[in-house]
Design a binder for this molecule. Structure first.
Ligand code: IVH
Length: 731
C-alpha cells in the first residue's frame, strides 16, 4: 500500500493539491492536471486489479476516483482525454490465456453513491422519456457481487465458450476452467432457450471457501489471497483447469450478451428465464416502482450484507422494460439504463505517529500523515494525505492524536476527523524550511501550497523532475523507475535528463551495481535508445514546466508541429512581453491585465491562457533550463506531431435539430449525435454543418436554407445513425 502511495500520490504534490478541490471549483488548468493524474492512477489500479489480481485499493476508493474523473469531465468536456478512464472498462487482458473478442462489448456500470444519485438517475430517465409525475419507472434491484465477470456462450443449449471481461472488447478464454464450476451447467436445462444465448454474470468465491483456501495456502507455504475477489480471479484465470477445480468457484447470472431471440421483454422476465435454464440468479432480485421502494430494497440488502456468504459492494438497478433499455442505450463505458448504487466508504480510528513532508517537482511541500497501521475496508492503511498547511490547521492534528481515517472520496486515505482535540499538546507548525535542502519555504499569494525555494539546488526537486521526465506520460522509459533514479542520482550517475542518454558510456559501472547484471543493464540501455526519437508533445510535457500538462503540451504541439516553430513563437512572445511597459498612471493590476491580453492574443491558441504563456517564457528565460533543453537536443530527435483522424464523419460537426421529430425525442437525437462525436447547437449560424429538420420546421430551417447549410429530414438522420453503427450494440 505505502509503495503505491509514494509512487502515485505523493510523487507529484503539484497535482495532488487539487485532489481536494471539488470538480466544480477547479480552474481549467487544475482540471487538466486532475484528469491527467486520475487517468494515470486509474490505469495503474486497473492494471493491478485486472492483470495482477492484486488491487491496491478497495473498490469504494477506486469508484470514487472514477466518479471524480467523470464529474470533472462533466464540467470540462473539452478536456476529456483520449485515454480517459470513462471510455475504458478495464485493462487489456494480459495473461497467457488465449484471447477472444466479445461479440457484444462487456461494459461496466455507472456508479451512484447517494440517494440523490439514484434520484438523478431516475430523473434522467423521466426526462428522456418525457414521463409524467405519476408514471412508474420500474427497475429491477439486485446485489452487486464483488467477483469477476464472465460471459458464457450456449449454442443450441450447449456451453461452447466462456470469456472473461478483459477490457470489455477482448477477454480471456476460460472455457475449460468454467467447465469445472458446479454452478455452471454444461448444457441448459428447461425449455424455450434461444438457439444462441450468452449468459453473463459473476464468478465469485464464497467467504467460507475463501477462508478455507487461505488456510490451505498458509499450510502449504503458498501465497495467500488478499480477498475473495482476487482468489476467484486467480483461480479462474489458470492455464490448468485442475487448479480451478480445487478452488470452489461459483457463478451468479445478472445479464446476457449476444442472443438470437429474447425469451422475455423485461429484465426481470429475462432473469427468470435464465434461472429456468439452470443458472443461479440472485434470490434477492426484485422489482421496484419508485424511489422509496428502491431505497428500501437497497437498505435491506445493505443490512443483510454481513450475513451473506459472498462479498457485495452495492446494489444494481436496471430499467425493467427492454425497449426502454434499448432506447436509452449505452455510453462508451456503461449502459445508461442501469446504475450501481455503491455502499459507503469505510472508516477506522488510528493514531497519527508523525507528519512527513514530501517535496515535489516544483518544490511544493506536501504533508503526509504516517499512521499506526489500521485495516479499513479490508486494506491496511499506514499513511494518509494531509494535503496542505490549511488542512492541518483545519484538523488541528498533532503527532499522537487519534484520528478517523476514511478510504474513499479521493485518491488516497484521508483523515476526516481529529478525535483528540481537547488534549493539551502543542500545535504542529508547518515547517518554513525545506526538509531536504534546508532552503526557505514560501507561500505565494493566492496559493495554498508552501514551496521550497531551493530550485535546482534541492536534490528532492531534481529527483522529482527526473522521475517526471521518465514517467509513463513523458519519456516512459521501461525499467527506469523511481528507485533507480534515486540511487543513480545519489551516486552521481544521472544528474540531468540528458545524462540518461549518456548512461551507455557508464555500462561497466552499472553492471557492477547491486541488483544489476549484464542483461538487465543492456535491457535498460536499449529501452533508453528507443526513446531517442520522441514526439514533440511528450518532450514538452517531460520538461515539467508549470501549468504544462499533457493536454496543453498537445495543444501546443498540434499548433506548432515542430519544436523549432514553437521555440521561435515563444521567443517572439517573450520579446513582446519584454517591451511592454506600464503607461503613466496605469495601475499594476491594469498593466498585468494588458500584458496578459497581448500575449494571449499573440499566441492565439484555444485554451492556452496567460498563465501558461508566462510559465513557458519564464521557463526558457532561466539559463539552466535552456541548457538542460539544449543538452537534450544534442541527444534526441523531436518528432513533429501527427494528427489523428477522427473516426466518424460527424465527429466535430455542429448539428441543429429543428421541428418535431416523430420517432425519437429531441434528447434522444442529441445523444445519438453526441455518440457520433458531433456537437448539438440550439440555433443555426454560419458555423452549423448540418440541420436535421423534423415536421413543421420554421425559422431555423429558412435560416439554414439562406446560409446554404446542408439540410436532411428525420428519416435520413436515422439512416446515418444506423450506418454509423450506433445500433451495433444489441440488447
Ligand atoms: S449488470 C453492462 N449486475 O459489476 C454491464 N453487473 O462494476 C452490466 N456486477 O462488469 C452489468 N454484480 O461484472 C450487473 N448484479 C449485477 C452485478 C454486476 C456485479 C459487475 C459486472 C460489471 C461490474 C461493473
Amino acid at each position: 500500500m505505502s509503495a503505491d502511495l509514494d509512487l502515485f500520490s505523493y510523487s507529484d504534490p503539484e497535482k495532488q493539491d487539487f485532489s481536494t478541490i471539488s470538480p466544480k471549483d477547479l480552474s481549467r488548468e487544475q482540471a487538466v492536471h486532475e484528469l491527467e493524474r486520475l487517468a494515470k492512477l486509474i490505469r495503474h489500479y486497473d492494471h493491478l486489479y485486472h492483470d495482477k489480481d492484486n488491487p491496491a485499493v478497495p473498490d469504494s476508493e477506486y469508484d470514487a476516483l472514477v466518479l471524480r474523473n467523470r464529474r470533472i469531465e462533466q464540467f470540462f468536456p473539452e478536456l476529456i482525454r483520449p485515454d480517459s478512464p470513462s471510455t475504458k472498462v478495464g485493462s487489456r487482458p494480459n495473461s497467457r490465456l488465449p484471447k477472444i473478442a466479445h461479440r457484444m462489448a462487456m461494459l461496466s456500470l455507472d456508479n451512484g453513491f447517494s440517494d440523490q444519485d439514484v434520484e438523478y438517475f431516475l430523473g434522467r430517465v423521466r426526462r428522456f422519456f418525457k414521463l409524467g409525475e405519476t408514471q412508474a419507472v420500474i427497475c429491477t434491484v439486485e446485489p452487486k457481487i464483488d467477483g469477476l465477470s464472465c460471459s458464457l456462450r450456449y449454442e443450441k443449449g450447449v456451453l461452447t465458450q466462456a470469456v472473461t471481461r478483459g477490457d470489455g472488447v477482448i477477454g480471456e478464454d476460460v472455457t475449460p476452467n468454467v467447465r469445472v464450476i458446479e454452478d455452471i451447467p454444461k448444457a441448459l436445462s428447461g425449455s424455450g432457450w434461444p438457439d444462441i444465448i450468452e449468459i453473463r454474470g459473476e464468478v465469485y468465491m464464497a467467504k467460507s471457501d475463501f477462508a478455507a483456501l487461505n488456510a490451505r495456502q498458509t499450510e502449504e507455504n503458498k501465497k495467500v489471497f488478499a480477498n475473495p475477489r482476487n482468489a476467484a480471479a486467480g483461480s479462474l484465470r489458470q492455464l490448468d483447469p485442475n487448479i480451478t477445480a480445487r478452488r470452489s468457484l461459483r457463478f451468479l447470472a445478472h445479464g446476457w450478451g449476444d442472443v438470437s431471440s429474447l425469451p422475455a421483454d423485461t429484465q426481470y422476465g429475462m432473469m427468470k428465464a435464465i434461472e429456468s435454464y439452470g443458472l443461479s440468479v440472485s434470490s434477492l432480485l426484485a422489482r421496484a416502482e419508485n424511489i422509496d421502494q428502491i431505497l428500501k430494497l437497497y437498505n435491506d440488502i445493505e443490512a443483510s450484507r454481513a450475513d451473506m456468504d459472498f462479498d457485495i459492494d452495492g446494489v444494481v438497478y436496471k430499467l425493467d422494460q427492454l425497449d426502454w433499455q434499448k432506447r436509452l442505450g449505452f455510453s462508451a463505458r456503461a449502459p445508461r439504463f442501469a446504475l450501481a448504487h455503491k455502499f459507503p466508504a469505510e472508516k477506522a480510528q488510528t493514531t497519527l505517529i508523525e507528519i512527513d513532508i514530501q517535496v515535489g517537482r516544483t518544490g511544493v511541500l506536501t504533508p503526509v500523515a504516517k499512521l499506526e497501521p489500521v485495516t479499513v475496508g479490508g486494506v491496511v492503511v499506514s499513511s494518509a494525505t494531509l494535503h496542505n498547511a490549511d488542512e492541518i490547521d483545519r484538523l488541528a492534528v498533532r503527532p499522537g492524536d487519534r484520528v478517523l481515517v476514511q478510504r474513499a472520496g479521493d485518491v488516497i486515505p484521508q483523515i476526516v476527523e481529529n478525535l483528540t482535540i481537547d488534549v493539551d499538546r502543542p500545535a504542529w507548525h508547518f515547517p518554513h524550511h525545506c526538509p531536504v535542502c534546508g532552503s526557505l519555504a514560501k507561500r505565494e499569494e493566492n496559493e495554498v501550497a508552501w514551496r521550497c525555494t531551493g530550485g535546482l539546488i534541492c536534490p528532492a526537486q531534481r529527483v522529482e523532475r527526473l522521475c517526471h521526465f521518465v514517467s509513463r506520460t513523458a519519456f516512459e522509459i521501461d525499467g527506469l523507475g523511481r528507485t533507480h533514479i534515486e540511487s543513480f542520482f545519489s551516486d552521481g550517475l544521472i544528474e540531468t535528463p540528458a545524462d540518461i542518454f549518456r548512461l551507455s558510456q557508464k555500462r561497466s559501472l552499472l553492471i557492477g551495481r547491486e541488483g544489476w547484471g549484464e542483461l538487465s543493464v543492456d535491457n535498460l540501455l536499449s529501452a533508453i535508445e528507443t526513446r531517442r526519437k520522441i514526439p514533440f508533445d511528450r518532450f514538452l510535457y517531460a520538461l515539467g514546466i508549470r501549468h504544462v500538462g499533457t493536454v496543453t503540451a498537445r495543444d501546443l504541439a498540434k499548433c506548432y508541429q515542430t519544436w523549432e516553430n514553437f521555440r521561435a513563437a515563444l521567443d517572439e512572445v517573450a520579446s513582446l512581453r519584454g517591451v511592454l511597459q506600464p503607461s503613466i498612471g496605469e495601475t499594476a493590476d491594469k498593466y498585468q491585465k494588458r500584458v496578459d491580453k497581448e500575449i494571449v492574443s499573440f499566441i492565439h491558441i484555444p485554451n492556452i491562457g496567460a498563465k501558461i504563456i508566462h510559465s513557458l517564457i519564464d521557463f526558457f528565460a532561466e539559463k539552466h533550463n535552456d541548457e538542460v533543453v539544449s543538452d537534450l537536443l544534442r541527444e534526441l530527435q523531436i518528432e513533429p506531431l501527427y494528427f489523428e483522424l477522427s473516426s466518424s464523419p460527424l465527429s466535430g460537426q455542429i448539428i441543429v435539430f429543428t421541428g418535431s421529430l416523430q420517432k425519437i425525442t429531441r434528447d434522444e437525437a442529441k445523444k445519438q449525435a453526441e455518440n457520433l462525436g458531433a456537437k448539438v447547437a440550439s440555433s443555426v449560424s454560419r458555423k452549423t454543418n448540418l440541420v436535421v429538420a423534423g415536421e413543421a420546421a420554421g425559422s431555423k430551417l429558412s435560416k439554414a436554407e439562406s446560409l446554404g447549410i446542408m439540410i436532411i429530414d428525420e428519416e435520413r438522420w436515422h439512416e446515418i445513425v444506423k450506418n454509423e453503427g450506433l445500433d451495433s450494440i444489441k440488447i
